[in-house]
Write a protein that binds this ligand. Structure first.
Ligand code: GLU
Ligand code: MG
Length: 466
């Protein structure tokens, strides 16, 4: 950590004073652990400048926390010893519209001597963004957030005391139906307002397929920013929900057997400001560099699933014919392909991009953006290619027909994807041994924790974790 200059410290003090004058009492410094849980330390306004200068202490053991708050260990991390410093990124301090008196800032983690913590996921994402820039490649990313909302039972009612009480959805009516918007119009207005006031550019908001399910998407930008944004979106939706007597679940599988919550990643590539999705000489506009990058991502998808689909609950969601993209293939505007190429309107300069569908919100978004960048850059370096695009739903084809067309199912268990991540030399190199080892330890512990449990149990036990 470069120590902050006198000038920066003076600016930090001004910022803290401004936040204080706006009524901000605490700033939540968040980081996302390897199990995808957003964890936090808060500092009062008068401590913010000092936090930016010296950091805030925290244990490195959080890198081996699992989603149920148990603690495992990796070859490098575990045990009660050691301390790290959490440094808020003051460029991103945001007063929280649905939590009056609170602001939020994403944090980077360093050791006590000021060296980057090797398992800091946000710095991993930044390193990979810089690696892309060194290749002259611009990458823009954005996440879609899906969630399911339920009514919080009235205190004192039998439902409030019964953890197995059926979920109470506050809106009824058809999937994607206007009925749900009418029923929850104040809630949805407040979500848009809170996100907008917080500086997020909301692209769209709509009811999704499953009961009580909604989706919001925000504009794409720098990859680290995209990961920050999705954390902010999620916590904002959670806070607005609470103000409406509602509870939001971002879990991959809220109810076993039903459509789950995805957290699809959209990305587009450019060189010198020119879109690599708009090459007039190339099929579907995909410039050769974009083909190689996306080819690398597609090749790495089985290993990437260990990052983007990190819970046993993720694999309950990954069902064919559920728009979750469970086959390792790509297609033009194909919502059943793991990699969906979106060509957009021909006159829309931003229209061309790609979407990765399998990922969910149990994932650490910093790991996701960093690893996707690493896989794409590896594809670029080694001249990866994309196979033939797939149209239609591979899930309705017989196994033999899929085999004939070379369409492979992505890992169906966390153990399978963790095995692929363990063997992935490019991801191991990009993440570094410490981060790679910690993620694997957490994946193995999660798999062991839920081994032998039924789908319903897994869904119920993970429903309110993210
Ligand atoms: N809810 C679906 C999923 O599990 C995605 C629906 C959509 O395409 O937006 O990913
Ligand atoms: Mg959706």
């Amino acid at each position: 950590m470069e120590s902050r200059s006198a000038q920066q410290s003076a600016q930090d003090r001004q910022l803290a004073a401004r936040l204080d004058a706006e009524g901000v009492r605490n700033t939540a410094l968040t980081w996302v652990d390897n199990a995808g849980i957003t964890r936090v330390k808060a500092v009062p306004a008068h401590r913010l400048e000092q936090a930016a200068r010296r950091g805030v202490g925290m244990s490195p053991v959080f890198d081996v926390f699992t989603s149920d708050d148990a603690i495992t260990e990796s070859p490098h991390i575990g045990g009660p010893d050691g301390d790290l410093r959490l440094f808020p990124d003051l460029d991103r301090v945001t007063p929280l519209a649905a939590q009056p008196g609170w602001a939020w800032a994403p944090a980077d983690r360093y050791d006590q001597l000021g060296a980057p913590h090797p398992a800091c996921q946000r710095q991993f994402a930044r390193r990979m963004t810089e690696r892309a820039a060194e290749h002259g490649l611009g990458v823009r990313m954005g996440f879609e957030t899906e969630w399911v909302v339920t009514r919080v039972p009235e205190p004192g009612t039998p439902a409030a005391a019964d953890p197995d009480a059926p979920l109470d959805f506050p809106c009824a009516g058809p999937a994607y139906g206007m009925t749900r918007v009418v029923e929850l119009s104040d809630y949805l207005r407040d979500i848009t307002e809170a996100l907008t006031v917080q500086g997020l550019d909301v692209l769209q908001l709509h009811p999704e397929y499953a009961a009580g399910q909604f989706e919001v998407s925000t504009a794409a930008g720098d990859p680290v920013r995209a990961a920050d944004d999705v954390v902010l979106v999620r916590e904002t939706v959670r806070a607005v929900s609470a103000r409406h007597g509602l509870r939001a679940s971002f879990a991959p599988t809220v109810v076993a057997g039903l459509v789950g919550n995805g957290c699809h990643l959209h990305l587009s590539l450019d060189r010198d400001g020119r879109s690599l999705h708009r090459d007039p000489a190339a099929a579907h506009g995909l410039a050769p560099e974009a083909t190689a990058f996306l080819g690398g991502v597609l090749e790495a998808l089985p290993a990437l699933l260990a990052l983007g689909c990190p819970s046993p609950a993720s694999y309950l969601r990954l069902q064919p014919s559920h728009w979750a993209g469970v086959f390792q293939c790509w297609g033009v505007e194909n919502r059943e392909a793991a990699l969906r190429l979106i060509t957009g309107a021909p006159d829309d300069p931003d229209g061309g991009h790609a979407e990765l569908k399998p990922f969910d919100a149990a994932a650490n978004p910093y790991l996701v953006v960093g690893a996707v960048l690493a896989a794409g850059l590896h594809g670029l370096a080694f001249g990866s290619v994309l196979p033939e695009p797939v149209s239609g739903d591979p899930g309705v084809l017989g196994v033999r027909e899929r085999g004939r067309r070379g369409i492979v199912r992505l890992p169906t268990t966390l153990t399978d994807s963790a095995d692929r991540l363990e063997k992935s030399a490019p991801l191991r190199e990009a993440m570094g041994e410490v981060l790679h080892g910690a993620v694997l330890a957490v994946r193995r512990a999660e798999a062991a924790r839920f081994a032998g449990e039924g789908d319903e149990e897994i869904a119920a036990e993970t429903r309110w974790r993210w």
